[in-house]
Design a protein around this ligand. Structure first.
Ligand code: ATP
Length: 354
């Protein structure tokens, strides 16, 4: 069993910077857990504390039920993969893979067997006799991953391992990492600031902001019901539209004129904001039923979809449409809500209320 429990983790650097403020995380055995957030939110610091590379100011970290606060990295049974591959430049792939095993003093035959197995899993056969400078970025990253695999740790900790790859390599490696994690069933904590990576990889995602955890949930949970305005704005591209709304006559009336179905249990005495995804709106001919009038500001054509910005009711509204629905910039249009009940936030606490 190698779940990870982080309790009240707090990290203040010597210069006074508070990087992590009382973070609690409970990561299941065999889970692929993603920590997502903007630059500087404390992801790396939290991960390095799990690894034992950074000492927390206070709080506890348990791996597989054992308190590891005072254990050095080598005794935590983790393997870490960083954004930079950190391969030994003078060693061939084969020896880069064998290095951590030889350092552990494993017998030669077992080193060979484990290196062969990892090379097979990461399809490194043809690269075994090359040194890093003769490998592409993607190949070097596969070697770095394989070097983590050979150790057969209880936990993988990954810090933006795909940052230096191009878009295609990143997509390939994402698939590979997810597949390997599924096959091995090893607990993995994966840090990224890329929401697409987080959504496509994670069993669950923790969204961090300013050293705190804003939400933990499955990709669908954080997409459908962001726990705060920060999460609502951070997840989704283009991001959610946030409308000031008022509850009247059993409906939510948004600034600008859209009418939305209200969730149950809305407080009456607070100012409210509704979050509406671009795909929950529709651009149509002006004057059509249940539409508010607007004008196309821009249309970004991505092949499989068009992202419109429509100026309507004195503000810009983002709408995602299939590529068949075409309106030119400046065209008069109507905007209509076609989605379900939106999440609603308290504008002063910025938290989800219903
Ligand atoms: P990024 O995605 O940019 O790596 P992050 O979310 O991983 O960001 P951290 O690297 O954990 O964030 O940094 C959190 C905060 O702590 C930031 O304000 C950063 O400037 C600060 N910080 C990180 N390392 C140190 C250090 N050694 N000394 C002082 N402050 C630090």
């Amino acid at each position: 069993m190698a779940g990870i429990e982080v309790t009240s983790l707090h990290k203040r650097y010597p210069d006074g910077t508070v990087a992590v403020e009382h973070v609690d995380l409970s990561i299941g055995d065999g889970e692929l857990f993603v920590m997502l957030g903007p630059s500087g939110c404390g992801k790396t610091t939290t991960l390095r504390a799990m690894a034992g590379l950074e000492r927390q100011t206070s709080g506890d970290i348990r791996i597989g039920g054992t308190l590891v606060n005072d254990l050095p990295p080598a005794q935590r049974d983790i393997a870490m993969v960083f954004q930079f591959y950190a391969l030994y430049p003078h060693l061939k792939t084969r020896d880069n893979l064998a290095f951590p095993l030889r350092a552990e003093g494993l017998p030669k035959a077992e080193v060979r067997e484990r290196v062969d197995e990892a090379a097979r899993m990461m399809e490194l056969g043809p690269l075994l006799d090359r040194k890093p400078q003769r490998l592409s970025g993607g190949e070097q990253q596969r070697v770095a991953l394989a070097r983590a695999l050979v150790r057969r740790p209880r936990v993988f900790l990954m810090d933006e391992p795909l940052t230096n790859l191009d878009a295609e390599q990143r997509a390939d490696m994402r698939t590979e990492i997810k597949h390997l994690q599924g096959v091995l069933g090893t607990t993995m904590v994966y840090v990224t600031h890329d929401q697409v990576e987080a959504m496509s990889l994670g069993h669950r995602i923790a969204i961090l902001n300013k050293g705190r955890v804003e939400q933990v949930g499955t990709p669908l949970e954080v997409y459908d019901r962001p726990a705060s305005l920060f999460c609502a704005a951070f997840i989704g591209s283009p991001p959610m539209n946030l409308f000031d709304v008022e509850l009247a006559d059993g409906a939510l009336h948004a600034s600008g004129g859209l009418v939305l179905a209200p969730p149950a249990g809305l407080p009456r005495d607070r100012s409210l904001i509704a979050g509406v995804r671009p795909e929950a709106l529709e651009v149509t001919a002006q004057g059509a039923d249940r539409t508010v009038p607007g004008r196309v500001v821009s249309a970004e054509t991505l092949g499989d979809e068009i992202n419109y910005v429509v100026s309507s009711g004195g503000r810009d509204v983002r709408v995602r449409m299939p590529p068949t629905v075409r309106f030119a910039p400046d065209a008069p249009v109507g905007v209509r809500h076609t989605g379900g009940i939106p999440p609603v936030y308290d504008s002063s606490t910025e938290e989800l209320v219903a």
